[in-house]
Design a protein around this ligand. Structure first.
Ligand code: PGA
Length: 248
């Protein structure tokens, strides 16, 4: 069985400017060579800037959402083919902020992941429970239900899918899941994935939620944590580079 790739993916969310991105991209582009796959997911308007700044480097470019449809009357949406034209190779789908603020259901998230795969993008399928769900003992059931609609595409395309576990209560709050808590959920996710498709044992399962330079090493040393999805710390070049090196 192929071992999961290790990834560090920056999620800039709705942050940045042409000027601040330029400095950040120059620093990230200069990262030391390593076997860790690195990507930055920028807001749509900056994809061209990212493409030009990272061209010829091994840092991949990504987006934070994709439309489930190929083209047509979907005002405000962006297709996978458009993202590919601007050099994107990965795309986040189902980030908890999109589930929360844009009402995305797990079925829609699965359709977006399928659209990403159909256009040659690697979907990073984000899952994770809220604090209320965790306290009620529903963390595993929540994550299993979020993954369930992706079963078909996991069965056919597991080699091209990445999963990110991001407990909602840990995102942007400074509260990280303890390495043991995160590992327990990652092991559960691995079991769920392989129950759907045995070859899904090689799917990378990333942890996200207040990953910092200071806690990355311990999180990434857990057996079922294959890297991280990094929000706030991906906007600070030195922190993002330190996190990349912690994953190597
Ligand atoms: P954070 O965000 O690292 O700022 O907690 C992670 C994410 O939402 O992807």
């Amino acid at each position: 069985m192929t071992k999961p790739d290790r990834w560090v993916i920056g999620n800039w969310k709705m942050n940045g400017s042409l000027a601040s991105n330029a400095d950040l991209l120059e620093a990230v582009r200069g990262k030391p060579e390593s076997s860790v796959k690195v990507a930055v997911c920028a807001p749509f308007p900056y994809l061209n800037q990212v493409q030009r700044a990272l061209g010829g480097s091994d840092v991949q470019s990504g987006a934070q959402d994709v439309c489930e449809h190929g083209s047509g009357a979907y005002t405000g949406q962006v297709s996978g083919a458009m993202l590919r034209e601007f050099g994107a190779t990965v795309v986040l789908v189902g980030h908890s902020e999109r589930r929360q603020f844009n009402g995305e259901t797990s079925e829609l998230v699965a359709a977006k992941a399928a659209a990403a795969l159909a256009t040659g993008l690697t979907p990073v399928i984000c899952v994770g429970e809220t604090l209320t769900q965790r306290v009620a003992g529903l963390a595993e059931a929540t994550v299993a239900a979020q993954l369930a609609p992706c079963a078909v595409l996991l069965a056919t395309s597991s080699a091209r899918v990445v999963v990110a576990y991001e407990p909602v209560w840990a995102i942007g709050t400074g509260k990280t899941a303890s390495p043991a808590e995160a590992q327990a959920m990652h092991a559960f996710i691995r079991t769920q994935l392989t129950a759907i498709e045995p070859s899904a044992a090689s799917v990378s399962v990333l942890y996200g939620g207040s990953v910092k330079a200071s806690n990355a090493k311990e999180l990434f040393s857990q057996p079922d944590i294959d890297g991280g999805l990094i929000g706030g710390a991906s906007l600070v070049a030195a922190d993002f580079l330190a996190i990349i090196s912690a994953a190597g």
